[in-house]
Each structure stands twice: as C-alpha cells, then as structure tokens.
Design a protein around this ligand. Structure first.
Ligand code: SAH
Length: 241
C-alpha cells in the first residue's frame, strides 16, 4: 500500500528505525476495523517529532508493532492561541473542542462562568476528541485540553503578555475591533448560551490585555461563535494571515 491514509497519534518517540508497539484499541482499529495487515503503511505523529511513515511489522488481534520508516512532515506548531469557552451541552462541547483542534488552537481551556450551562466536563474524553481531530486534519500537534477552571480566577491571574479577544455579544453589529491588533500570544473567550454577567464584564474591562470584539450583526450560538472567532483570529493574526 503505497499511499498511506490512516494517521495515528502515538506517545512514542518517532525516528527512522524506531519500533512503536500498539495498544489494544489501536490494534483493534488498524487490524480489525481498517483491516490492515503486515506491510501496510500508516502515518504517525506525536506532537513532538513531526509526521513519519510507518509499516505494520506485526498485526495481532489485541496488539501489534509498527516499524518507523522516514519523516514525511516536520512538526508544525499552531500559533500561540488559547481558546477559553464555557461548556455547553455535551455534543456541542465536543464540537467546540474538535473544531478548535482543526482550526489551530494550541490550548483549549473550558471555563466556568456565572451562567455556564454545565460545570462538568470529561477532560479525558475531550482530549481524545482533540487527538482524533488532529489525526483527521493532517495536524502534527494535539492541543492540550485543560481542566475546567472558574473564569473569575483565570482572570485574576491573567498573564501579562497574553492578549484576550473577548467575544462580547453586546457588541453584535459593530465592526470586529481587531483592526489595530498585533500578532503574539492570544486567547479567545467565548461565553455560554446565557452570555456574560455584569460582574464578569466588569472584571474583563479591568484587564488591560482584554480586547472586546464583535462577531458580526447576529447573536451566534456559542459553538458557532467559537468557530467564527477562530476563523477571524486566524485570518487576521494567525497562520492563515
Ligand atoms: N444569551 C446571549 C448570547 C450568548 S451567545 C444573548 O442573547 O445576549 C454565546 C457567546 O457567543 C457569547 O457569550 C459571545 O462570547 C459569543 N457571541 C455570539 N454572538 C456574538 C457576536 N455577534 N459578537 C460577539 N460575540 C458573540
């Protein structure tokens, strides 16, 4: 099989000549679901070494071994962009994490706001979604999904050198507000379905790094707003610009 299409994120170091053992889930996926056999080619990455072509050296029902052949892509880091969002319903939260990984966020941070619909997340499941998205979109880096934190405490210790694109539904209809923005370390903040409280707005207005931004004339659902904000930022300040 000359053109390898399946991409797998692994934990092992990748370099020509290395062997990568497969766990039960990976072996099941490659050999039972995708029906690959010994000699088949797949692509591997691990967020550190770039992408490598590998060949199936051993294919069992519950285990397997891959032989790493050569590098096919260098590591391409996304821009230094965090996405802060208030978790919503499970399927929509999954969507936000998947899209953030595809769109090139470096870190995904669920935050609990006053009107957050749900204050529980499955961090491990969300991390797996981010990994699957990176596998599917050709990325060589999987963004880290942080544990949920309270927005108020996140803002209290906000890093001095990181700007915050505060997507403020109260500005709907105005110009986006990114015209003067400069490249560098950034974060995007998307609120929950209930929007931001007055106290949160007051806290955000006290942070000099915070830049209130509009996402157009309509009020978007939080999942749509996340994709729109990532698009806007990437096209103005990120790696599409
Ligand atoms: N219930 C709120 C809307 C919340 S929309 C209301 O009716 O006012 C969810 C989040 O998406 C908002 O908190 C904001 O971060 C973002 N958002 C949606 N539409 C937006 C817009 N036009 N401009 C800026 N941010 C927007």
């Amino acid at each position: 099989m000359a053109d390898a299409k399946i991409r797998l994120c692994v934990e092992h170091d990748l370099a020509a000549g290395n062997s990568v053992p497969l766990d039960r889930d990976q072996a099941n996926y490659l050999f039972n679901v995708m029906r690959l056999g010994v000699g088949a080619h797949i692509l591997l990455f691990n967020s550190r070494d770039g992408e490598f072509l590998a060949e199936v050296a051993d294919a069992g029902k519950r285990r397997g071994l891959l032989a790493v052949l050569h590098q096919t892509k260098p590591l391409q880091m996304p821009p230094d962009l965090w996405l802060l969002f208030a978790p919503i319903k499970k399927a929509r939260t999954d969507f936000i994490v998947e899209k953030a990984a595809e769109m090139g966020a470096a870190r995904i941070c669920p935050v609990q706001t006053e009107y957050t619909n749900s204050d529980r997340i499955r961090q491990d499941k969300l991390q797996a979604h981010a990994m699957e998205a990176a596998e599917q979109c050709g990325g060589t880096y999987v963004p880290e999904v942080a544990g949920i934190a309270k927005l108020r405490s996140v803002l209290e210790t906000w890093p001095e050198d990181r700007r915050l694109m505060f997507c403020d539904e109260a500005l709907a209809g105005r110009a986006p507000g990114l015209a003067q923005a400069k490249r560098g370390k950034w974060a995007i903040l998307i609120g929950p379905e209930g929007g931001f409280s007055d106290a949160e707005r007051a806290a955000l207005s006290k942070i000099p790094q915070s830049l209130p931004v509009s996402l157009g004339p309509r009020i978007l659902r939080a999942d749509t707003a996340a994709v729109a904000a990532l698009t806007l930022w990437q096209s103005k300040l990120g790696d599409w610009a």
